[in-house]
Write a protein that binds this ligand. Structure first.
Ligand code: ADP
Ligand code: MG
Length: 708
C-alpha cells in the first residue's frame, strides 16, 4: 500500500495510510489484522468501556471489586533483589485521597521503561487486599498513561467521560486508537442509513451514524452496564446490521439457487431395487426420513443444496451412498469430497465396499498418486468411465473434468469449506450438492454458515448402542490401562491404541505409532496379535491390515488418526487415545466414535501427559458427555468461532461487531427481518438497493455471499 500525505477529508473507502496519525508502519500493523480502509476501522469497536467521569479515589476502593482509578505514580521499580529473575514489577500509585495502591506485574521488567514517577495513569483491575503487607493492590491491572507523552489537546477524550477501550493492534495502543477513531469520526460526512426505515422503526433503533458515533464515544447519559454487555441501543444497531445484511445475502442467494436449472433424477422401481440391493441393514426411522428428503430434492428440477447433519456413528454414510446410487442409476457421476487425504482414503475404502456390490467403479483420486497415475485416473473421470470419484479438494482443480457430474457429496467432518462447495458448483454445471457434517452445529451457527442450505438431521443412533464409558488417565498409570485392554481381549473383544497427531505431522505420528507398536507387541502383549496402521502404508497394505482387524485376527490395532472416520469394527470395544491433551474436542469425539458400534459395552480411555487448563476442560467435556451437539457447543466456546472453523476456511463470514456466541438472539431477530424483507420488500427498488449495498459494502467480508 502506498504511503501518502495524510488528508483531511476521509470517506469509508479511504485507505488507512492516508488517515492522519497512521503512517506506513501503523498501517501495516492494522492491515495484518485485516483493517485496510476507514470502514474497517469503524467496525473495530471497543471491547470495554470505563467511566472516567466520576471515579472513586484510591481510599474508596473496596477489595473484590473491578474498578478504575486515576492516580499518579509515586514509585516504580523491579521489586526485590532475589525476585529479579521473576521480574516482579511493582509500582505505587496515589491520588488526592493520599491512600496508596500497589500495582504488581509478574515478568513486568519491561515496565521500567514505561512507568515513571509523576505520571498520571488510569488503572483498571480487580482490587485486592494484601493481608501480608496491609496494602491495597491490583495484580496486572490494565493501565493507560494519561500524561507525559502527548499533549494534543485531546485530553478530554481520554478522561472525564465514558471512555472506550480498544484491543491494542500490535503496538498501537488503545489510546492511539481512540484518538484516531475520534479524528475519523470528526472528518467523516454523516453516514447514509441503508436499512429500510420500517425495520429501524419497528425495532426502535438509532440511525447508523448515531449508532456508530455513540458506540465509539458513548454520550454522557449512556448506561455503562449495558455498554459492557454489548447491549446499548447503539451497539445493538451495529450488531443487527452485520447480521441483517449477512442474512439478506443468504436469503437472496437461496432465492437465486432455486431458479437455477438442475437435474431431475428419476426414481423408479429399478432404482429402488438397486438401493435395496446395496443396503447392508435396515435403515433407522431417521435415516428413512432423511433419504426421503434427499430423494425429493433430487427428483425436483432444481439443484439440491442440502446439509446432512448427524452425530458420529449416526449412519450418514449409508444415506450418502443411497443418494449416490440414485445418481449413478440415472447415468450421472458422483463426486465424494473429503477434507483430507486420509479421510478420502477411508471413504474410498467404505464406498468401494458397499457400492462394489452393484458393480460400480469407484476411483480414488488424491495427491499421493504420481502425475502419470493421476493423468490416467482423470481420463477415466473425463470419459465417464468412473461413476463414483472420491478425493480431496484436489478434485476441484481446474483440470479435473467430469463427463456428467450429477451429485457432489461433500464430507466436511469438523471442517467447513463453504467456498470449496461453490468451487464445485462453478464448474459450469449445477449438480446436486449434499454436505455431510459429523459435528452437529449449534442451530444459530448452522443458520449463519449454512443458511443457504436445507437441513436434514439424523437424530437417532442405529439400534442397540450403549453409551460409551469415557475415562481420563494420566500416562503414569498406563499399565492399568493395558491390563484393562488385556481383560477386554480375553473376553473376546478388540482395541485401538491411537496417536491422534495432527495430519501435518503424520510422519511424527507414524514414528510414535511404530514405537508403540513394537513396545506393545514385544513387551506388553507378547501373546496377542498387534497390528500397525498409518498413513504411509500403501493402499494394499492398509486394506489388508484393516481386513485382518475386521476378521478378528488382529486384536489390538495401533494407529495414527487414519482411523478417524470410516473405520467400522463393531467388535472393537476399547479406544485408547494417547496424548489426548493435544487434540481438539471434535477430533476426540470422532475417534471415540470408532467404538460403541456393537452390542457390547465400549470404553474410551484418554491418556494424557502434559495438561493445561484448556486441555483439562476439553477432556472433562468428553468424560461427561457423549452428545455430539453438546460437545460441538463446548468446542466452539473453548476455541471461539475463528478456530472452530479453522483459520484457513474462507467460509466463515468475518463478523466484526457481532459475535455469534454472544449475540444469538440478535441473530434470530435479524434473520427474521431479513427473510421477511427479501420475500416482501415494500417496493422492488428497496430490494435492488439492498443488493447493491451488500455488493459494495459486505461482499468482500462475507465470502459466503455472492449476490448481484
Ligand atoms: P457416521 O458417518 O454418521 O459417523 P457411519 O455412516 O460410519 O456413521 O455409520 C456408523 C455405523 O453404524 C456403521 O457401522 C454403519 O454400518 C452402522 N449403521 C448405520 N446405519 C445403521 C442401521 N440402520 N442399522 C445398523 N447399523 C447401521
Ligand atoms: Mg462417517
Amino acid at each position: 500500500m502506498p504511503a501518502g500525505q495524510p488528508i483531511n477529508t476521509v470517506d469509508l473507502t479511504t485507505p488507512l495510510t492516508y488517515v492522519k496519525g497512521i503512517g506506513p508502519a501503523r498501517a501495516a500493523m492494522l492491515e495484518a489484522k485485516g483493517l485496510t480502509v476507514v470502514e474497517d476501522l469503524l467496525a473495530y469497536v471497543p471491547f470495554r468501556y470505563e467511566d472516567r467521569s466520576n471515579l472513586k479515589t484510591v481510599a474508596q476502593l473496596a477489595p473484590g471489586e473491578m474498578a478504575t482509578v486515576i492516580a499518579e505514580v509515586r514509585s516504580a521499580k523491579v521489586a526485590g533483589f532475589k525476585r529479579r529473575a521473576l521480574g516482579l514489577f511493582e509500582a505505587r500509585f496515589t491520588d488526592s485521597s493520599r491512600a496508596i495502591l500497589t500495582g504488581k506485574w509478574f515478568h513486568g521488567g519491561y515496565l521500567a521503561n514505561v512507568l515513571a514517577e509523576g505520571m498520571k495513569v488510569s488503572l483498571f483491575g480487580k482490587v485486592e487486599f494484601d493481608s501480608y503487607t496491609g496494602e491495597i493492590t491490583m495484580l496486572h491491572p490494565e493501565f493507560e498513561i494519561l500524561s507525559g507523552d502527548d499533549d494534543d489537546g485531546e485530553a478530554a477524550l481520554h478522561t472525564g467521560r465514558v471512555v472506550p477501550i480498544y484491543e491494542a493492534v500490535s503496538k498501537i495502543t488503545t489510546r492511539v486508537l481512540r484518538s484516531i477513531l475520534h479524528r475519523i469520526l470528526q472528518s467523516l460526512d454523516r453516514l447514509d442509513d441503508p436499512l429500510p426505515p420500517p425495520i429501524r422503526q419497528r425495532l426502535k433503533m438509532p440511525d447508523r451514524w448515531t449508532a456508530m458515533r455513540h458506540t465509539h464515544f458513548p454520550p454522557p447519559e449512556a448506561d455503562l452496564r449495558l455498554l459492557n454487555q454489548f447491549r446499548s441501543p447503539d451497539q445493538f444497531r451495529l450488531i443487527f446490521d452485520e447480521f441483517f445484511w449477512l442474512e439478506c445475502g443468504i436469503a437472496l442467494k437461496r432465492a437465486d439457487a432455486k431458479t437455477l436449472p438442475g437435474i431431475a433424477f428419476e426414481i423408479n422401481d429399478r432404482v429402488r431395487e438397486k438401493v435395496k440391493a446395496m443396503l447392508p441393514f435396515k435403515p433407522t426411522e431417521a435415516q428413512k426420513r432423511v433419504i426421503k428428503e434427499i430423494a425429493g430434492d433430487m427428483q425436483a428440477p432444481r439443484p439440491m443444496n442440502r446439509l446432512l447433519q448427524g452425530d458420529v456413528g449416526s449412519g450418514k454414510t449409508i444415506v450418502a451412498a443411497e443418494a449416490a446410487v440414485i445418481a449413478v442409476e440415472n447415468g450421472f457421476q458422483v463426486a465424494v469430497l473429503a477434507p483430507t487425504e486420509i479421510l478420502a482414503a477411508q471413504h474410498g475404502f467404505y464406498f468401494r465396499q458397499i457400492l462394489g456390490k452393484l458393480g460400480y467403479v469407484v476411483v480414488l483420486l488424491t495427491g499421493s498418486f504420481t502425475g502419470r497415475e493421476k493423468g490416467q485416473l482423470k481420463k477415466l473421470v473425463a470419459e465417464g468411465l468412473a461413476p463414483v470419484v472420491i478425493g480431496t479438494h484436489a478434485l476441484l482443480e481446474k483440470d479435473v473434468e467430469f463427463k456428467k457430474l450429477g451429485l457432489a457429496i461433500i464430507d466436511e467432518q469438523h471442517r467447513f469449506g463453504v467456498m470449496q462447495r461453490l468451487g464445485l458448483v462453478q464448474k459450469g454445471i449445477t449438480p446436486d450438492v449434499l454436505v455431510m457434517t459429523a459435528t452437529p452445529i449449534p442451530r444459530t451457527l448452522a443458520m449463519t454458515l449454512f443458511g443457504d442450505l436445507d437441513v436434514s438431521v439424523i437424530d437417532e443412533l442405529p439400534p442397540g448402542r450403549k453409551p460409551i464409558i469415557t475415562k481420563h488417565v494420566p500416562s503414569e498409570r498406563i499399565e492399568q490401562v493395558f491390563s484393562f485392554v488385556k481383560k477386554q481381549i480375553d473376553e473376546g473383544r478388540q482395541a485401538y491404541v491411537v496417536y491422534p497427531v495432527i495430519e501435518e505431522s503424520e510422519t511424527q505420528a507414524m514414528k510414535a505409532a511404530q514405537q508403540m507398536f513394537e513396545h506393545l507387541s514385544r513387551e506388553v502383549f507378547p501373546q496377542i496379535a498387534v497390528g500397525l496402521m498409518h498413513g504411509r502404508l500403501g493402499a494394499n497394505e492398509k486394506e489388508a491390515t484393516m481386513q485382518r482387524f475386521k476378521d478378528g485376527e488382529i486384536k489390538i490395532l495401533v494407529s495414527t488418526t487414519v482411523i478417524e472416520v470410516g473405520v467400522d469394527v463393531p467388535n472393537a470395544t476399547v479406544m485408547v487415545i494417547e496424548q489426548a491433551e493435544r487434540f481438539g474436542l471434535a477430533q476426540l469425539h470422532q475417534l471415540r466414535g470408532r467404538v460403541g458400534r456393537g452390542a457390547a459395552q465400549s470404553y474410551c480411555v484418554l491418556v494424557t501427559e502434559k495438561m493445561n487448563d484448556a486441555a483439562r476442560e476439553r477432556l472433562r467435556t468428553l468424560v461427561e458427555s457423549n452428545d455430539g451437539f453438546h460437545i460441538a457447543e463446548m468446542d466452539l466456546k473453548l476455541r471461539g468461532p475463528g478456530e472452530f472453523f479453522g483459520t484457513k476456511q474462507a467460509g466463515l463470514p468475518s463478523l466484526r461487531v457481532a459475535n455469534i456466541l454472544r449475540d444469538p438472539e440478535i441473530l434470530e431477530i435479524a434473520r427474521r427481518e431479513a427473510v421477511d424483507f427479501v420475500a416482501r420488500p415494500l417496493v422492488p427498488e428497496d430490494l435492488e438497493r439492498a443488493v447493491a449495498y451488500i455488493r459494495d459494502h459486505w461482499q468482500r467480508r462475507y465470502g459466503l455471499v455472492t449476490v448481484g
